[in-house]
Design a protein around this ligand. Structure first.
Ligand code: AMP
Length: 406
C-alpha cells in the first residue's frame, strides 16, 4: 500500500481519554472521528462520528485496550462505520507530547522504541507520555500487524540552536539530566507556518514567521526559513506566556518562596503553577476566554487584567522573535483563542506598526471575529507584515508524518 492510498488512524491518548480520527490520505479527508472519555472511571462513554451521523456508546471502559476495541467497533459499525474491517487501516499515528533528546523525529514503533519511551521520557511529561504509551500498547494488542508511528509535539522544535534551547544552568547538569527547552505544539506550529507560506505564494525558506498557538495551552514560535529557531514553551509546557491555568514564565526563586509561604512540597507547587494560576488565577473567574470576555464586558477589572496580561506577554514574544530572526514577514494566529478571540489578536498587533504591521480591524471582526474555517488575512493590503488566522490541524500533520515514514 502506498502512503497516499492509505487510511491512517490518528490516536491522541490522555490519562482517561482517547481521541481519534481516521484520515484517508488519498484526499486527506477525515472519514470518522470521536473520543472516549472517562476511561477507567465510572460512566465511560465514546462519542463517535462517521457517515454523517453521530453515535454515543455508553460502555464500561476499564482501560485503553477496551477503549480502542470500542473505537474499532465504531469504525466498522453498520450505521456510522466507514470501513469494513480494521485491515483497511494502513497505520496508526500516535501523538506524543515529550521526546526529550531521545527522539528527534517521527519514529516507527518497535519494542526498543517503546522501551525508550517508557523508561526515559515519562518523567519529562508525567501527565501525558504514560497515557500515550498506554495508547500505543493498547493498539498493538488489538491490531498487532498494523505499523505504528510516534509523532512528537517537540519534533518541529529540534532545529532550535543550542543558544536558544539552553538554560543558564551548569552545562554538565544539562548534559547529565537533559534539562533544556524542548517546546510543544510542534505539529501545530509546523502546519500553520507551512500553510502560511502556501497562502502567501512563497517558499518557506523565504519567510520569517511568528506563529501564535493560543489555546488552553499557548505557545509562540519563531519560524525562520521553515525551521523553528525558538519557542516560548520550555522543559515542559508550563513555560512561556500565562495560559488558562498555567503561570507561564516565573522566577525560580519566587517558586521556592511561594512553596515555603504556602507550605507546599515541590510537586504540589508545580501542580499549583500548572492548575491554579494563569488567567484563571489572575481573574479569579475562569480559564476560558469566553468567560473572561463576558466578565470584562460586565466591568470585572481582574478579567480585563488577565486579558491584558495575556496579550502583553504574547506581544513580547512576537517582538523578541522578530528581533531574533532579524525581521518579520508574517504573524499567524491559531488554536481556540487565536482563531476565535478578535480582541486578543487586536491587542497583540496594536503598537507593532514600527515592525511593519498594519492591522485591519474590520477584517479581524468578520464573522464575529471567529474563524470561518479558512485562512483569513487580517492585515491591510499594504501591510509589510501579513497577519493571518489559520485553523490548526494537528491530526492531519500526525497522519502525514505517519504516511511519510511508511
Ligand atoms: P484549545 O486548547 O485550542 O482547544 O482552545 C481552548 C480555548 O479557546 C478555550 O479555553 C477558550 O478560552 C478559547 N475559545 C474557544 N472557542 C472560543 C470562542 N468561540 N470564543 C472565544 N474563545 C474561545
Amino acid at each position: 500500500m502506498k502512503g497516499e492510498e492509505m487510511k491512517i488512524l490518528v490516536v491522541n491518548a490522555g490519562s482517561s481519554s482517547l481521541k481519534y480520527q481516521l484520515i484517508d490520505m488519498e484526499n486527506e479527508k477525515v472519514l470518522a472521528k470521536g473520543g472516549c472519555e472517562r476511561i477507567g472511571i465510572d460512566g465511560s462513554v465514546l462519542k463517535a462520528k462517521g457517515n454523517g451521523s453521530e453515535k454515543i456508546y455508553e460502555k464500561d471502559m476499564p482501560n485503553h485496550k477496551v477503549a480502542i476495541e470500542l473505537v474499532l467497533h465504531a469504525l466498522t459499525d453498520d450505521a456510522i462505520g466507514v470501513i469494513k474491517s480494521m485491515d483497511e487501516i494502513g497505520a496508526v499515528g500516535h501523538r506524543v507530547v515529550a521526546s526529550g533528546e531521545y527522539f528527534k523525529k517521527t519514529t516507527l514503533v518497535t519494542p526498543e522504541v517503546l522501551k525508550t519511551l517508557e523508561e526515559k521520557t515519562f518523567e519529562l511529561a508525567p501527565l501525558h507520555n504514560p497515557a500515550a504509551a498506554t495508547g500505543v500498547r493498547a493498539c498493538m494488542e488489538v491490531m498487532p500487524k498494523t505499523p505504528m508511528a510516534l509523532v512528537f509535539d517537540s519534533s518541529f522544535h529540534a532545529t532550535m540552536p543550542e543558544k536558544a534551547y539552553l538554560y543558564g544552568i551548569n552545562y554538565d547538569d544539562y548534559k547529565a539530566y537533559g534539562v533544556r527547552k524542548y517546546g510543544a505544539h510542534g505539529t501545530s506550529h509546523k502546519f500553520v507556518s507551512a500553510e502560511a507560506a502556501k497562502y502567501l505564494g512563497k517558499k518557506p525558506e523565504q519567510l520569517k514567521i511568528v506563529t501564535c498557538h493560543l489555546g488552553n495551552g499557548s505557545s509562540i514560535t519563531a519560524v525562520d526559513g521553515g525551521k523553528c529557531v525558538d519557542t516560548s514553551m520550555g522543559f515542559t509546557p508550563l513555560a512561556g506566556v500565562l495560559m488558562g491555568t498555567r503561570s507561564g514564565d516565573i522566577d525560580a526563586s519566587a517558586v521556592e518562596f511561594l512553596a515555603r509561604k504556602k507550605g507546599l512540597t515541590h510537586s504540589e507547587t508545580v501542580n499549583y503553577l500548572n492548575k491554579k494560576c494563569g488567567v484563571a488565577g489572575i481573574s479569579g473567574v475562569s480559564s476560558d476566554f469566553r468567560d473572561l470576555i463576558a466578565g470584562q464586558e460586565q466591568g470585572n477589572e481582574r478579567c480585563t487584567l488577565a486579558l491584558d496580561m495575556f496579550a502583553y506577554q504574547t506581544k513580547r514574544f512576537v517582538g523578541a522573535y522578530a528581533a531574533v530572526m532579524g525581521g518579520l514577514d508574517c504573524i499567524v494566529f491559531t488554536a481556540g483563542i487565536g482563531e476565535n478571540t478578535p480582541t486578543v489578536r487586536e491587542d497583540v498587533c496594536t503598537g507593532l506598526e514600527f515592525l511593519g504591521v498594519k492591522f485591519n480591524r474590520e477584517a479581524n471582526y468578520v464573522n464575529g471575529g471567529k474563524s470561518d474555517g479558512t485562512i483569513q488575512e487580517i492585515s491591510a493590503k499594504d501591510s509589510k507584515v501579513k497577519v493571518l488566522i489559520i485553523p490548526t490541524n494537528e491530526e492531519l500533520v500526525i497522519a502525514r508524518e505517519t504516511a511519510e515514514l511508511l
